[in-house]
Design a binder for this molecule. Structure first.
Ligand SMILES: *Cc1c(COP(=O)(O)O)cnc(C)c1O
Length: 449
């Protein structure tokens, strides 16, 4: 007799009770950052507080560059400003030897303020304005072109300034990771990228020195970089063979995943994100197979952002209040929300107690202080009971938070960097009312209320 088909189903693995996968999970606590007690940081700087670790930033950077150079030694790094453009943070990467990767006129000026010369700035992005391009051309920055109108504008500006700028073109291609990022740059498969280079060369007002791609962000498939590198190297070969021009560098952009866990992922990020070794061997394989590489030894450029800094950032937040929800879950109201840590929308951030607990967990949701339903830091996790006023650590939050954070309902908090010697240094102050209203005007007829 034929058996009846039963559809597979997913059974919820309740943590906290015994089940076939083991005993209850234990919530780990963390009471210090780089040896500095959380209590002491809160006494000195208040709560909420963003904390970045200088030694973790440097170690992670050195790790990536060492691993990558084992596969391909001619490496150049450029720090992605939009990932975290605090002056102190960018300066650490520049001290380590990274150039600046900027995606707007504003970021370009941030890099110049820190003393980065134009020639060490890679200027990306789809929104470059004429005045940005003028400055970049005058100062000798490398401009990576996003679309044809930008190409024409650079040509025109270069003619006006009577300067031949160094440029690259941004290329998009199918690397098997969907949805494809086709909105940036010129397409590889349909020949658009090659035609853009032909057009660029025929104008004779630009020097094409590189090929660029940035295939996406939080890329969980290291092999996508093998395919991306192969595509750019094939294009470089074709440009050499058919147009007689040899590009000096291949820029593979950013996009490596951090150890964070996306909401839709079941396996924790520490286990599912590729390591730097995975990405480096994928890229190294494409480079070491390529004839263009063996004949021309181009520089490999990486613009890694997220994976370099996410883990080096912590939020210290305090419990404002607690309540029991009708669902049986406990709710904790924290003094920082998605206005401060916007990546809570993408990730299951880790919330850690800052002292040891005897046990007795209850499913606990962490909300922020905003009077908005969107303000949730973490969906229900089994958690011990907390006192009002005590602290939790939210981690990892080093990437894309203090650049994307919202000035919404509350002031943005202080940011402290724990230096390599273990000394906390204030690197951004808390906002106050004047910061918010400084640029407002109230029309005469509204001054009397
Ligand atoms: C955002 C961005 C990066 C950095 O990306 P990560 O995913 O943070 O590594 C690099 N290059 C370009 C062009 C970008 O827009």
């Amino acid at each position: 007799m034929k058996k009846t088909y039963t559809a597979p189903h997913i059974e919820r693995n309740y943590s906290g009770t015994m089940n076939k996968y083991g005993t209850k999970s234990v919530v780990r606590h963390q009471d210090s950052i780089d040896g500095i007690p959380v209590k002491k940081l809160v006494e000195s700087y208040g709560s909420p507080l963003l904390v970045l670790s200088e030694s973790q930033i440097r170690r992670r950077y050195q790790h990536l560059t060492e691993v990558m150079k084992m596969h391909y030694p001619r490496l150049e790094m450029a720090w992605s400003y939009k990932t975290n453009y605090l002056g102190a943070v960018c300066s650490i990467y520049h001290q380590e030897g990274a150039k600046a990767e900027v995606v707007s006129g504003m970021e370009y000026k941030m890099a110049r303020r820190l003393g980065v010369p134009g020639k060490d700035i890679i200027f990306n992005g789809p929104g470059k304005r004429k005045e940005d391009l003028e400055l970049a051309i005058r100062e000798g920055a490398r401009i990576q072109i996003d679309h044809l109108d930008e190409l024409y504008l650079i040509e025109k500006t270069a003619t006006e300034l009577d300067t031949i700028p160094d440029v690259a073109i941004r290329v998009n291609m199918d690397t098997g990771v969907y949805p494809l990022w086709t909105r940036f740059g010129f397409n590889y498969e349909n020949g658009e990228a090659f035609r853009a280079i032909q057009r660029l060369l025929s104008g004779k007002m630009m020097n094409i020195v590189g090929l660029h791609t940035h295939i996406g962000t939080f890329m969980l498939d290291a092999n996508a970089y093998y395919l991306a590198a192969k595509a750019l190297l094939n294009l470089a070969q074709k440009v050499q063979d058919e147009l007689g021009v040899v590009v000096k560098y291949i820029d593979l952009g950013g996009g490596f995943a951090s150890q964070n866990t996306l909401h839709e992922q079941y396996t924790p990020g520490e286990l599912s994100s590729p390591t730097f070794d995975h990405y480096a061997s994928a890229i190294g394989a494409a480079f070491n197979e390529s004839r263009f590489v063996s004949e021309n030894l181009p520089t490999l450029v990486l613009e890694t952002g997220r994976a370099l800094i996410d883990e080096a950032g912590y939020l210290i937040s305090s419990v404002i209040g607690k309540k029991n929800l009708p669902t049986g879950e406990r709710a904790i109201i924290l003094d920082a929300g998605v206005n401060t840590v916007i990546t809570a929308w993408w990730y299951k951030l880790k919330v850690l107690p800052t002292r040891p607990f005897p046990g007795a967990y209850q499913n606990t949701i962490f909300y922020g202080p905003l009077c908005m339903n969107i303000d949730m830091i973490r969906q229900a996790v089994p958690f011990p009971d907390l006192y009002t006023g005590e602290q939790v650590l939210v981690h990892p939050i080093g990437a894309y938070n203090n650049t994307q954070w919202m000035q919404f309902i509350e002031y943005r908090p202080k940011i402290v960097l724990i230096s390599e010697t273990g000394k906390p240094e204030l690197i951004r102050d808390k906002e106050e009312l004047s910061d918010i209203i400084e640029r407002e005007y109230i029309p005469e007829h509204l001054k009397q209320i």
